[in-house]
Design a protein around this ligand. Structure first.
Ligand code: ZN
Length: 262
């Protein structure tokens, strides 16, 4: 596997905002297997603001897909035009990165939120301030269509090769498919996600039933492997309550933040 790089530098030297050139943390694979990292975006306009404010969208992921489709002008070197299909197949981390950068450039770097301390003894409100440029971004040198790795044990006793997993990184379409149950039942969302992105475990293809039957420990190993190879911004905000010191760390809700009605 290619080595991973963690970079806290949000604005790599290759990016040129004046020309609208942004550098994806992952990348887009063309038909020949080349990993294209540069996209050219245009400045946001009222048209984009209207799309982001549109309450008719049933699914926030689809809304982000439509938004990015109209904002990405081109992917230099790519053998196909920018389309809704292309954006829906972009890696989740790349889509998140573009959302963050577009927000940062058009509306400013600073984010202010009010969060409530989870300690029942305290429960006070705390102002949270951070800069988008402070969020670490994990960049990978290249992305692959498929990744292979070995689990610590076979998933099925009758198949000795069932420790071997082939999977791909999740894209916008995968997130769209599991969004309905993501908050209500994260475990079900995981099962559905595995059924979509795991191509095979040993000699068997993986459908929803097979993903559900995987031992909990092995499901955890698949999640850990994915976490290790996934490029994109790290949205975890580490803070303590200023009143009582309780850990208030949370995952920054990028969609809720970017979509006024999200
Ligand atoms: Zn507190």
């Amino acid at each position: 596997m290619e080595p991973l790089t963690n970079s806290a530098d949000p604005m790599p030297v290759d990016e040129d905002w004046a020309a609208g050139l942004l550098l994806l943390p992952g990348g887009i694979l063309d038909g020949k297997g080349n990993c294209l990292k540069t996209v050219r975006v245009r400045e946001l306009t009222g048209r984009d603001e209207e799309l982001l404010a549109d309450r008719r969208y049933r699914n926030a992921v689809e809304q982000v897909t439509d938004f990015l489709t109209q904002v990405i002008v081109e992917v230099p070197g790519l053998d196909r035009p920018v389309s809704k299909e292309l954006v829906a197949e972009m890696l989740i981390g790349d889509r998140d990165y573009l959302l963050l950068r577009l927000r940062q450039v058009s509306l400013g770097d600073q984010v202010e939120q009010v969060m409530r301390c989870p300690s029942t003894a305290c429960g006070k409100k705390a102002d949270v301030e951070f800069l988008i440029s402070e969020l670490p971004v994990r960049r990978v040198p290249t992305v692959q269509l498929w990744y292979e790795f070995d689990l610590s044990a076979p998933a099925r006793s009758e198949d000795a090769r069932s420790n071997h997993v082939t999977l791909r990184l999740p894209v916008g379409l995968d997130l769209e498919a599991v969004l309905d149950c993501k908050d209500l039942n994260p475990a079900l969302a995981n099962t559905r996600l595995f059924a979509r992105i795991v191509k095979s475990v040993g000699h068997s293809r993986v459908d929803e039933a097979a993903a559900r039957d995987l031992p909990l420990r092995l499901r955890g190993e698949i999640t850990d492997f994915l976490r290790g190879i996934t490029p994109g911004p790290d949205l975890k905000i580490d803070i303590q309550c200023p009143h009582c010191g309780t850990d208030m760390s949370y995952g920054f809700d990028l969609y809720g933040f970017f979509l006024p009605n999200g």
